[in-house]
Design a protein around this ligand. Sequence first.
Ligand code: NAD
Ligand code: USQ
Length: 396
Amino acid sequence: MRILVLGGDGYLGWPTALHLSQCGHDVAVVDNFARRQYDFELGVESLVPIEPLQTRVAAWQSLTGRSLGTYVGDLTEADFTHHIIADFRPDAVVHFAEQRAAPYSMIDRKHAVYTQVNNVVGTLNLLYAIADLGRDIHLVKLGTMGEYGTPNIDIEEGWLDIEYKGRRDRVLYPKRPGSFYHLSKVHDSHNIEFACRIWGLRATDLNQGVVYGQQTPETTLDDRLATRFDYDAVFGTVLNRFVIQAVLGHPLTVYGDGGQTRGIIDIRDTVRCIQLACENPADRGEFRVFNQMTESMSVKQIAETVAECFPGDVRIDHLANPRVEREEHYYNVTHTRLLDLGLTPHLLSDTLITSLFEVAKRYAHRVRAESMRPTVNWRAAASPTNEAAPGTEGGA
Ligand code: NAD
Ligand code: USQ
């Protein structure tokens, strides 16, 4: 298949591009390097050094003999988005290319607006380009489990069968997300479902849980193929942060009671799920939703697992929760559709955490400790402090 990976320079897009290429697909990556710019804005860096895109691509080519196409540009520019679809003529488009950090979207008004414009407009441009140039192209879009929030009923895979006053219907599952970032994904999902309905597009919305891990079989072939690893309080995800905190001897930063439960997934399963979605496309006109997660764990359980596996002392701190989220709630997620397609999950295990400890130890000297403590407060709205956040002008 010809597969275009949007956001192919990012944490997940890069290993996915390599995996699809390794599976024999003809792959090109698209990116505007916004993620590298957020680092400059926030004064942080990936823990693991990453090479420029052209170096990564050249290294992959010389190691495997497989080529990867590249397009550098911004999906919010409609002409560019149209051009990449017209030029590459993909069978499938994997869309990772969004601003993906909840805290970044909650810094202030500018960052919320930037996040929603970047994500929603980029996706709309893509839908128009596909509708115009090839309605058989399968859109594989990264959504998030956080679209659902934490409802007091089971979370189904995108759709809900309801009976109300004696009548039945099948509706999009009701959403109650927890940040302006997560909301941007809800808006995308509605736009994509509408495009499938009116234009007969085919789409898979992958509502992915929190990803952990840094290595895949392809990225470990050579240091130049490494993907990024974020640990700062804005872009670092919870397990990745806890691993580095344990290695540095810092207390693990559990927000509030830590009872908030999330779906999680190993980065090796992410790349496999994308492969399965691409190779088993949705039907024409179908808006298909898969819950892309393999286990549910509370933040407290994640912290305890890291503490148990680490060969040394680990302290767990409970910080005042900077977010507005339920810390005790029901959480039961249906996630069978990717398993039905053949996913064999890697569950959170000592092996994974041990290899993550090794990665963290190797690069511990690169950690900027000051970026570890959370600074973005959900309750602060347009406070002057938040509006004046460093780099705001540049980033948003
Ligand atoms: P990332 O920020 O590392 O990668 C996203 C890439 O998209 C970056 O390289 C960025 O430069 C690029 N990009 C952003 N806006 C763009 C635009 N307008 N035009 C072109 N390129 C653009 O993020 P990630 O962690 O790899 O996440 C990828 C996707 O998966 C996101 O959509 C995210 O919402 C979703 N997701 C991530 C996680 C996770 O834990 N990392 C979990 C669930 C879902
Ligand atoms: N948390 C802590 N301590 C920390 C960091 C986080 O207790 O030091 C808690 C948060 O309060 C939250 C949970 O851990 O309850 C998860 O936070 P996170 O930062 O790991 O993940 P989140 O903000 O939800 O976002 C990440 C990705 C995002 C993706 C989402 C999947 O950045 O792109 O969409 O995971 S999901 O959570 O399923 O929506």
